[in-house]
Design a protein around this ligand. Structure first.
Ligand code: PGA
Length: 252
């Protein structure tokens, strides 16, 4: 299939609804001078309130900034929403879309995610599109069907639109339970196949309880080109260890 080896790995930290200014300062200090190794791209998605203050200090460490969500309208009477242009203005390169917490807690639909993808591309943002099945869907043998449906939002996407996909089994997010290497390799192969069919030979990350202890083996699975890290991205020490594991996996 020819994926993976030519792509630089991405380690992206998703802080979710965590992080105050002082905590962010301590995190930055803990990262040291040069946290981005040659073969690994590093990105951080703090909450909206920290985007602008973190842009410059992260840029100085060669870390890209991203947001965790965006609204699809450009501006206007949408109280509480943030537009793609505002994210660009704050220095964002990435935006996470379709995270399972937004799909299942907030009720975001594929239709909304489709509109957000379009708006992100129109404003020069690179979406990290999250997909993943729930435990009962995996147990019912419906994983591929669910992922296919979630990827269908890409059907009319422009061919060269910048895109990263993150496969995050819902049952592995924040639970300490990770997919086995076999499940990861098998599912990533399916996701890549489906992406190629849709005209997007893009990078696919794994996410769900990635930590310093399991990062190297997960990142070495075929078809895994990086990690989307939640809990373990909140502390500089564990985030750095995952970045180092990605660098090691990239060398092998
Ligand atoms: P987790 O979160 O690493 O805490 O499981 C991953 C994510 O939700 O992106």
């Amino acid at each position: 299939m020819g994926f993976s080896s030519h792509k630089r790995r991405l380690v992206a930290g998703n802080w979710k609804m965590n992080g105050l200014l002082e905590e962010a300062r301590q995190f930055l200090d803990g990262l040291g001078e040069n946290p981005s190794p040659d073969h690994v791209e590093v990105a951080l998605m703090p909450p909206f309130t920290l985007l602008h203050p973190l842009y410059e200090p992260l840029r100085n460490k060669d870390i890209r900034l991203g947001a965790q969500n965006v609204y699809y309208e450009p501006k206007g009477a949408f109280t509480g929403s943030v537009s793609p242009m505002m994210l660009r203005d704050a220095g964002c390169h990435y935006v996470i879309l379709g995270h399972s917490e937004r799909r299942h807690i907030i009720g975001e639909t594929n239709e909304m995610i489709h509109a957000k993808l379009k708006a992100a591309w129109e404003n020069g943002l690179e979406p990290i599109l999250c997909i993943g099945e729930k435990l009962e869907e995996r147990e019912a043998g419906r994983t591929n069907e669910v992922l296919k449906e979630q990827l269908s939002v890409l059907a009319d996407a422009p061919a060269n639109a910048p895109l990263t996909v993150a496969y995050e089994p819902v049952w592995a997010i924040g639970t300490g339970r990770t997919a086995t290497e076999e499940q990861v390799a098998e599912t990533h192969a399916f996701v890549h196949e489906e992406l190629v069919r849709l005209g997007h030979d893009c990078r696919v990350l794994y996410g769900g309880s990635v930590n310093p202890g399991n990062a190297e083996s997960l990142l070495a699975c075929p078809g895994v080109e990086g990690a989307l890290v939640g809990g373990a991205s909140l502390k500089a020490e564990s985030f750095t260890a995952i970045i180092e594991a990605a660098a090691k996996a990239a060398e092998e």
